[in-house]
Each structure stands twice: as C-alpha cells, then as structure tokens.
Design a protein around this ligand. Structure first.
Ligand SMILES: Cc1ncc(COP(=O)(O)O)c(C=O)c1O
Length: 418
C-alpha cells in the first residue's frame, strides 16, 4: 500500500501505514509496534482506543449520529457542557463547540472583537494557533505556516514570549523584558483602547514547549483588567490534564476571560470548544457564528464525555504529574551526562529536551534523534522555531516502565547522533 494519493502538504514523522492502536502503542500493517509518544500531537491522551471511549462511541452510533444544532439540540451536547462545567475556570459557564482547534480560536477572536468593539489582537512570538487565515495571522512559531499565504488578516501584533533559556537570562529578567516590550507595543503599534484581546498559550506548544512563568501570566491578567482587554488562553495542547493540572494555567493565579480547548478533549474524535462567561458569550448576535457540524455530532460528544470519565476515574491528571516528574528526573540525569541537552523543562507530561551546541540551536541533532527513534519503534516529535526541541507528549496513561522503554531508545539515539 502506498500513500501517493494523499496530498504532499502533509509531512509525516513516520512513513509507517498504521492499522491499529492500543494504549501507548500503534501497529503498522506488518504488525510492527511503535511506542506513540506523540499522542497524535497531544490528542490521544487517554491512549489509543481507550475501551471506555470506544464503547461510548459504539453505543451512541446506534442511537443518534448527528443532530444539527441550529435545527435541534442533541442531548449529548447539553450533557457534555454540564460535565465540563466544574472543570472550567470560575465564571466561564458557557460553551461553544466546533471541530478543530483553529476553528475554536477563530470563534474566540470573533467573540473578543464583537464584545469589545476593538480591532486588534496581541499574540506572542513562537505561538501556534492554527492554519486558517486568522489563526495563521496569530501564529509566530515558523515562517512555513505563513509563507506563500500572506497577506493575512491585519490587526495582529506580536510580543516576545518569556523564553528564558533562549534569551539566556534568568526568569525575572526575561519577564521584565517581555513586559516592557508589551508596553512598547501599546505605545507604538496597538494602543490598549484598540486592543480587543491578548491570546497566549500558557505553555508554548509548537514554539518549543516553553511554560510561561506564572508571574508573566498574572501580570498579563492585571494589564488586561486595567485596560478592559480580554485575556484568551489557548489550552488546546496544554489542557486536559497534560501538564499535571487539568489546565496548565492553574499553576498560576491568572484566569482567562475566554479559554480554548481541543485535542485531548475527545480522545481523537474531532471536537474543540471555547468557554466564556454567559454575559460575554451573549455579545454574539444569535446566528452570527456557527457551523454545520459544531456541537451537533452526538458520537463525538459521547466520546468526550467518556474521556472525562476515564480521566477522572483513572486519575490521569495525577498520573501525568507523577509520571512527568519521573520522566523529567531521568531526562535531567541524561542532561548531566550529555551537554548537548541544553535544557529540560515542562510540567507534567508536556516536556521539552532542547538541544544546543555552544548555546546555538542544534537542529540536526534533534532531527537525527527523532529519526533514529522512529526507526527503532519510538515516535517522538520535534518542535521549536529552530526545530531543535524534542517534545515528550506520552499518553497520560503511560507507566514508569513504558517511560523507561522509551528512554532506552532515546539514549541510544542520543549516543548515535552526537
Ligand atoms: C496551541 C494550539 N492552538 C491551536 C492549534 C490548532 O489546532 P488544529 O490543528 O486542531 O486546528 C494547535 C494545534 O497544534 C495548537 O497546538
């Protein structure tokens, strides 16, 4: 079987043609097993084909596949909104459902603009928010996501993200610098009165798995309060237990006005959402935002409800924290042995190993490690503007033993690549 009928715009970490998945593993057509520590870029957080999720999908499929939400109200959509409620930040009591992450970001930005009557958005260098026109405009992680598609929607301004390791400064110096630069944007490019929202990933994803310091998020909150700017957290990759808290921003005291989620929310079924307080959500004129499928696919909703059940009953958030500490500890040991690992960072199971030589990004080494791992049955993605970061995103069900298996392949890859 070849894949030459698939568009070549899709890059592939592995050319393996996958037939089946179970837990942390996927299997190709020849039965070759791969440890999937990409989790499909943070989607299969409950593992592949979690029995609970599969059973919910099977049961729902024979009852109702789809109830178009402008025509009727599917009970599963109401149920999911109710189940999500206690998990959301205080006050964010209303949800809008859509299919992809980018679509939810688009919706959140539309809400911010219509609610404030302001035109501009501040995003961050290194951020990734999607591949539709507006979300490309908000994305600053790599030129490939924008190149050839410009000009993009206007009114987006980029502030530096507090990436202390990259700047070579301590955290406080980096936070101060980034806040001063944000202030400069307010004075030189987008005044606070023109700024509808600041959008930030509490842990930068594509941009290199960099957690925003809590002081930075908390100061952004104060700045937004001072100027009536809406603060949007994009928790598409960092949310749903990934970091050892249900939402990554819970490490700080900062809370968003609008929060966006996707990926891990339905264990692989296409679902995204943004949440806001009802009075804010009501700034949308009814009918002014929507889509055929969003909120209407009852099978997807059933999978999302079962995903919450699995996360809660199997204590997967706690597991992400514990197993993440184990993984990070082991990677720190390797860092002490191999100076090419410049930094190990990240909460829970959202962990970066950044490769540098003489302080400069070592892209080839990261690529070579990822390639070696793939050849030896371990799927690990790179990220970062320079592609010099290996990101560890195992399913939240991963055990220390499975982490050890992956680390053994990784260490060998490291030895072969330096
Ligand atoms: C933080 C973040 N926002 C938005 C997106 C876009 O989501 P999607 O690819 O589902 O459109 C992604 C995808 O990687 C992401 O990581």
């Amino acid at each position: 079987m070849t894949n030459n009928r698939l568009a070549n715009v899709w890059t592939h970490l592995s050319e393996a043609i996958i037939e089946r998945g179970e837990g942390i593993y996927v299997y190709d057509q020849q039965g070759q097993q791969y440890i999937d520590f990409t989790s499909g870029i943070g989607v299969t957080n409950t593992g592949h084909c979690h029995p609970r999720v599969v059973s919910a999908i099977q049961q729902q499929a024979s009852k109702l596949l789809f109830g178009q939400i402008n025509c009727v109200i599917p009970s599963k959509s109401v149920e999911l909104a109710e189940r999500l409620q206690p998990l959301l930040p205080d006050g964010l009591d209303t949800l809008f459902f859509s299919n992809s992450g980018a679509e939810a970001v688009e919706g959140a930005i539309k809400l911010a603009k219509v609610a404030t009557g302001r035109t501009n958005i501040i995003s961050f260098q290194g951020s990734f928010h999607g591949r539709t026109a507006m979300t490309m405009a908000l994305t600053g992680s790599k030129t490939i996501y924008r190149g050839g598609f410009q000009p993009l929607p206007s009114g987006v301004f980029f502030a530096p993200f507090p990436y202390a390791y990259r700047y070579g400064w301590d955290e406080q110096t980096t936070v101060n610098f980034c806040l001063n630069e944000l202030d400069l944007i307010f004075r030189s490019q987008s005044s606070p009165t023109e700024t509808a929202a600041i959008i930030i990933e509490p842990v930068l994803g594509e941009g290199g798995y960099v957690p925003a310091p809590t002081a930075f998020l908390e100061t952004l909150r104060d700045i937004c309060d001072k100027h009536n700017i809406l603060l949007i957290f994009d928790e598409i990759q960092s949310g749903y237990g990934r970091t050892g808290r249900f939402w990554a921003h819970e490490y700080s005291r900062a809370r968003p006005d609008i929060m966006i989620m996707a990926k891990g929310i339905a264990s692989g079924m296409p679902l995204s959402a943004f949440a806001a307080p009802r009075d804010l959500m009501e700034k949308f004129t009814p009918g002014s935002h929507g889509g055929t499928y969003g909120g209407g696919n009852a099978v997807v909703m059933a999978a999302a409800i079962a995903t919450i059940d699995a996360i809660q009953e199997e204590n997967l958030v706690e597991n992400a924290l514990r197993t993440g500490q184990y993984l990070t500890g082991k990677l720190c040991d390797l860092k002490a042995q191999y100076p090419v690992i410049g930094d190990v960072r990240g909460p829970g199971l959202m962990v970066a190993t950044e490769f540098t030589v003489n302080g400069e990004p070592a892209t080839d080494i990261a690529k070579s490690i990822s390639k070696y791992c793939e050849k030896h049955g371990l799927l690990l993605l790179t990220c970062g503007t320079y592609g010099n970061v290996i990101r560890w995103i195992p399913p939240l069900i991963a055990t220390p033993g499975q982490i050890e298996d992956a680390l053994a392949i990784f260490e060998e890859a490291l030895r072969q690549s330096i």
